[in-house]
Design a protein around this ligand. Structure first.
Ligand SMILES: [Zn+2]
Ligand SMILES: [Zn+2]
Length: 393
């Protein structure tokens, strides 16, 4: 949400009381829990193999609509397609019951902009439940953040699909009932929907907790085969945070990514085009030894904090200040606290990393205040530094 960031700089603003304790819209969440309970009805209604096939097919097709459509197309524009396939993808996407394409992609873009720092809509630093499902059920993110998705919001038909996003799921539920009766509804529709939800939500929760890291990204994203298996290739989340515009997320041949295979087939059929792939040099750059932890994450985090802090100072000060002594000190403290031992690092990782940005921004704020004061009198103590290399001794 742009409400959580400074209008002019895009830097996350300090948390407010509302941010700290967003409310869950329990009453509006009732249908969500009912769909979870519905498959239990299979104990009393007749379920045929057709219903199980329906369940499997609806899982696979709707998963692709989310991964290939909502995620890789609407959120990241990692390939191109015509207006009609774009519309169809949006409509099929709504049947996955994850709201409209503009709502979904708008919030996802915010996640990439503020990953694991204030402003992230679903960072696991706010707790597993929050990142998994809490943020969806909260009152905080109900509205579509049109500012983040202006490009697609320009299409009136997409705005319509986004607004009436419940029409698709209701029509699909009715169709399942017509095909398989109660069995079709509770297994074909409800069970596949529940599985689809949690597999997708794993990408927001587990993919920032579980797995290994290949690239030094300034966030906690990880690569996980398990999540790739259940989401059709979205488990290579560290790859994805490193190269968000890449249509392909499984970068090694063995990194199972059926969404990419399907998009390649659709490209061969001429339905989609211009699949974006990363240049070879980027694949080796920022690469760290595959593992659960990398010291590069500290460094990348550190640099990002310095950049944010430098931006904030530059924004608030009329002088071209990059990194102040105070900010550099705060950053250096954290950096020297970086543990050498990998096991300690894993334990310290969460608190150290999340505390880092907060401290840097806090220092930047303090400096901004003293800069304003000192403009009237003495010159503030500042040194110029390259924001990309914030080491100031
Ligand atoms: Zn992520
Ligand atoms: Zn993404």
């Amino acid at each position: 949400m742009t409400a959580t960031s400074s209008e002019s700089t895009g830097i996350p603003a300090p948390r407010t009381t509302e941010d700290a304790a967003p409310r869950t819209a329990w009453f509006q969440a009732v249908p969500f829990f009912l769909v979870h309970a519905a498959p239990l009805a299979a104990l009393v209604v007749t379920v045929t193999w057709t219903d199980w096939v329906l369940c499997g097919v609806l899982y696979a097709v709707r998963m692709f609509a989310i991964t290939g459509g909502y995620h890789r197309y609407f959120s990241h524009r990692s390939y191109k397609t015509g207006r009609v396939p774009q519309f169809l993808m949006a409509v099929v996407g709504t049947t996955a019951v994850q709201k409209g394409p503009l709502w979904w992609a708008g919030h996802h873009r915010i996640h990439h902009r503020f990953t694991d720092v204030d402003g992230d809509v679903h960072s696991p630093r706010d707790g597993f439940w929050w990142s998994h499902v809490g943020w969806i059920l909260s009152t905080k993110y109900k509205a579509t953040d049109v500012d983040s998705i202006k490009d697609f919001a320009a299409f009136p038909e997409l705005r319509l699909v986004d607004r009436f996003h419940l029409v698709g799921p209701l029509a699909l539920a009715a169709a399942c009932f017509l095909i398989g009766g109660w069995g079709g509804l509770v297994i074909g529709f409800c069970l596949s929907t529940v599985l689809l939800w949690h597999a997708t939500f794993f990408v927001n929760s587990l993919a920032h907790v579980l797995g290994r890291r290949r690239y030094a990204t300034p966030d906690t994203s990880r690569n996980s085969l398990f999540i790739a298996l259940v989401t059709g290739g979205e488990g290579w989340h560290n790859n994805h945070h490193y190269l968000p515009a890449s249509v392909r997320q499984g970068l090694a041949w063995w990194e199972f990514d059926p969404t990419w295979y399907t998009l390649r087939a659709l490209a061969a059929l001429g339905i989609v085009r211009d699949l974006r792939l990363p240049p070879a040099r980027l694949l080796e750059q920022a690469r760290v030894r595959d593992g659960a932890f990398d010291i590069g994450m500290f460094r990348a985090y550190w640099e990002r904090a310095a950049r944010l802090a430098g931006d904030r100072i530059a924004d608030l000060s009329a002088r071209p200040v990059a990194v102040s002594v105070e900010v550099a000190d705060a950053l250096a403290d954290t950096a020297t606290a970086a543990p050498a031992d990998a096991a300690d690092a894993v334990a310290l990782e969460r608190s150290a990393l999340t505390g880092l940005i907060a401290r840097a921004l806090e220092s930047a704020d303090q400096l901004a205040v003293s800069t304003r004061r000192s403009r009237k009198g003495a010159t503030p103590v500042v040194r110029d530094a390259d924001p990309a290399d914030p080491v100031v001794e």
